[in-house]
Design a protein around this ligand. Sequence first.
Ligand SMILES: Cc1cc2nc3c(=O)[nH]c(=O)nc-3n(C[C@H](O)[C@H](O)[C@H](O)COP(=O)(O)OP(=O)(O)OC[C@H]3O[C@@H](n4cnc5c(N)ncnc54)[C@H](O)[C@@H]3O)c2cc1C
Length: 539
Amino acid sequence: MEIKTDVLVIGSGIAGLFAAIKISEFADVVLITKKEKNESNTNYAQGGIASVIDPADTFEKHIKDTLIAGAGLCNEKMVEILVKEGPERIKDLMELGAQFTKKNGKLDLAKEGGHSMSRIVHAKDLTGREVERALINQVNENKNIKIFEDTIAIDLITEHNVQRLKNLPLNNRNCWGAYALNCHSNEILKISSKATVLATGGLGQVYTHTTNPKIATGDGYAMAYRAGAKIGNMEFIQFHPTAFYSSNQNNNSQAFLISEAVRGFGGILRTIDGNEFMSKYDSRKELAPRDIVARAIDNELKKRGEDFVYLDITHKNKNSIIDHFPNIYQHCLDQGIDISKEYIPVVPAAHYSCGGVVVDEFARTSLKGLYACGEVSMTGVHGANRLASNSLLEAVVFSQRAAIDIKNYLNNYRTSIPEIPNWDDSGTLTYDERILITHSSREVKQIMWDYVGIVRSNLRLERAANRIHNIYSETEELYKRTKIFEEILELRNITACAHMIIKSAQMRKESRGLNYTLDYPNPSPTNEFGDSILQNVNP
Ligand SMILES: Cc1cc2nc3c(=O)[nH]c(=O)nc-3n(C[C@H](O)[C@H](O)[C@H](O)COP(=O)(O)OP(=O)(O)OC[C@H]3O[C@@H](n4cnc5c(N)ncnc54)[C@H](O)[C@@H]3O)c2cc1C
């Protein structure tokens, strides 16, 4: 089946939905999404959206907090855009129906780690769900947006693979939409568009333990890389220190977040034999910053060869625990653990990717007509570490900017898109050995967890690179011989992301922000490494 549209949006998290709504004011939009509309990282965001709302707060303070978190690698111009346009975008979200928590008629602003002021707009502790609800309502009623659920983008359609114009300079190539798989009929759709917005979210599923849902297999990063777009700073993966550990976790299940507030409440981290260990690492113990706590846990696990540590709040009053953490209490109880009497098994988990598809201030990638918004993009606002609650903000600010630019782009569009070839799967076979895919996928996650996680070293990276290279070749081989299905696409994408993360980590011979390596334990004083940029020169 062939679909033609002005703009194709891939993804229905906050970035894709917001972009689609804004673009629909002047163009027809086709929005495809991998699962049901609301299944996204956005849907699980708890804390909220950072923005300068309080009259006592200033743009300068929010900018400063963001730059400090970014450890010398933020793009200051982009941070300024992010912060200064934030309040307008919060207003937009409210006009689109998002109901944020208010106190005395005003937005209730929370404070989070790294923020010098209270500036987190939230909807209790279910902010993402509320934003998704409001935006999906809008999209459902919008006649200019056609949504296709259970439809996975396979690869971008680019000029060089349509016309075999291999010699065109990479930065001058057009993107004309995407091929996508309808997961019900197994039909491959050919969607041609003048502009394409990649809003496919993060890549937590590259790791064994992640707070990200199943959809987060890094499809956007991998598709853009294969198409020859520039990708940057992939080594900066943020790990949340405490996610619930379950021994019967599936291959791609999502770990439940045990909020930092539990440590703030007096929770003590203990090894399996019951000994407290944070005092060995930092005088602030459990209240040290996220990356320090995650590294300390990782070190204990690696040293002891164990799979989890415990978080202990059994010394606290039961009613007070239930009052403060009703969701966490209930979730753990459902898993057979009464946290007022028993320790909680926890493990750090991949949470957020600061790098991604390199974009400019209008979310334009290095391919003509291809835009990237939200977690999949690298705007430069996070640098080497993300300030809490800046990611939802980044998604709305730069989706709006993409829409502004796409309007101009379409107005001046003079190219005639050639006939796009149909998907060619002649000679491929239906694959009935799914165990090989499941196994390879588990292997990728475990390699990344063990060697390219919170603490890295030259040796670990080299070992990971060799292992991933083999799986990459096997998977590409299989992909060429096989009729497409969801799991092989996802394996192909997590493997490509693993490759990019390792490559970028190998390029950065320093410890900075979220990239910590035993061989270079300090940041380079001259900041000589700048951004680590990858580009597939033979797409
Ligand atoms: C547990 C948790 C808590 C968080 N809390 C906060 C917070 O409080 N504040 C904050 O700012 N950030 C938070 N974050 C981060 C934030 O939620 C994400 O960075 C943000 O939601 C990303 O939005 P997005 O639109 O870019 O991607 P997503 O919301 O992940 O949406 C991606 C969309 O793309 C679709 N998709 C993916 N691949 C394909 C494909 N191949 N074809 C078609 N569709 C595809 C998915 O199905 C999904 O619809 C949290 C994240 C997690 C996991």
